[in-house]
Design a protein around this ligand. Structure first.
Ligand code: KIV
Ligand code: ZN
Length: 373
């Protein structure tokens, strides 16, 4: 089984989610959770951003976590100095490579971008840092320029390179082809960084791995700029279950970490979010629950416990008697046939009125029915 490295950018790209801002202590709490999860790299932030950001990164580096602690930097000595002040292990050194970014954002030519990138890599290496050299908007860039940048980067000491799908325009097929071509022409380990503008980030990330990338950038709950980044829980689980790759991630902690990040970032997890959503293993339809009672694999691709989630039986107008009985058994509530029918009828009535029957509603119905006897 091949191993994929997980580079978590929840605390950098994830924190760029509109409206999100974390305190240094929030960032430390998340970093500790990510370390427990056993991600390989934690991009803790961008040291140049502010005093508070440096305070947060310093708290994290002082904690002595197992993960490599990284700061995002531009190709500028001042950014690298700020990262050094925070005592990080590595820098994620990013240069824009697409014509549109170079022309309008940087107002620089390819040669100028190349020169500044190489100087910055040399500067970071001279100061003992691990360097991941990243091409921003790489998927709208000239591939020959990317290959040149990465190979020149290797000559001045870069340790890894990264291809960013900054505005999420890859497709799984294009992703596999692109990463095959890059990994065939570059000796350094290649990383993938996908955004979710078309809802393709997880698929594109997995395809990049198939194409030869060995590390992927992800965020918890897929948070990030605009539609977000590739989601850690989806990528890790899909890589393992659908593609047969290994990661160091302790998958049974995924749900817990998702909720910690959701609480601190104040962004709810959508109920239908794959893997960690509360509906990811929820069942309502009678036929589904009936199948599930016989064998959970009928309607679940994996066991919820594998990712720290749990099975939920939802009662509503689609539920059957067997589902109700199954749920009451799970709740340890014993009823006779007549009581079961009464509870069942009440659930159907409420369901027809468009009501969602929560566990509290169910308990109230049970009390009413059992109280009558
Ligand atoms: O999406 C992106 O291109 C990024 C880079 C700045 C690394 O987050
Ligand atoms: Zn990004």
């Amino acid at each position: 089984m091949k191993k994929v490295r997980i580079f978590d950018t929840t605390l950098r790209d994830g924190e760029q989610t509109p409206g999100v801002s974390l305190t240094p202590n929030d960032k430390l709490e998340i970093a500790k959770k990510l370390d427990e999860l056993r991600v390989d790299v934690i991009e803790a932030g961008s040291a140049i951003t502010s005093k508070g950001e440096r305070e947060a990164i310093k708290l994290i580096t002082k904690e002595g976590l197992d993960a490599e602690i990284c700061s995002f930097v531009r190709a500028l000595p001042v950014d690298i100095d700020a990262a050094l002040e925070c005592d990080v292990d590595s820098v994620h050194l990013v240069v824009p490579t697409s014509p549109i970014h170079m022309k309008y954002k940087l107002r620089k030519t390819e040669d100028e971008v190349l020169e500044s990138a190489l100087k910055a890599v040399e500067y970071a290496k001279d100061h003992g840092l691990i360097v991941e050299l990243s091409a921003e908007d790489a998927t709208r860039s000239d591939i020959n320029f990317l290959i040149k940048l990465f190979n020149e980067g290797e000559k001045v000491g870069a340790d890894r390179v990264c291809v960013c799908d900054t505005v999420g325009v890859l497709t799984p097929q294009k992703s596999q082809e692109l990463f095959k071509k890059i990994t065939e022409n570059v000796n350094l380990p290649v990383s993938v960084h996908c955004h979710n503008d078309f809802g393709m980030a997880t698929a594109n990330t997995c395809s990049a791995i198939l194409g030869g990338a060995i590390q992927c950038h992800v965020t918890v709950n897929g948070i990030g700029e605009r539609a977000g980044n590739a989601s850690l829980e989806e990528v890790v689980t899909a890589l393992k279950v659908l593609y047969g790759y290994k990661t160091n991630v302790r998958m049974e902690k995924l749900y817990d970490v998702s909720r910690v990040v959701s609480r601190l970032m104040k962004i709810p997890v959508p109920p239908n979010k794959a893997i960690v959503g509360d509906n990811a293993f929820a069942h309502e339809a009678g036929i589904h629950v009936d199948g599930l009672i016989k064998n959970t694999e009928t309607y679940e691709p994996i066991k919820p416990e594998m990712v720290g989630n749990r099975r939920r039986i939802i009662l509503g107008k689609h539920s059957g008697r067997k589902a109700l009985k199954y749920k009451l058994d799970l709740m340890g509530i014993k009823v006779n046939e007549e009581q079961l029918n009464q509870i069942y009828n009440k659930i159907k009535e409420l369901g027809d009125l468009g009501k969602y029957i929560s566990d509290a509603d169910l308990l109230a119905i049970i009390r009413e029915v059992l109280g009558k006897d």
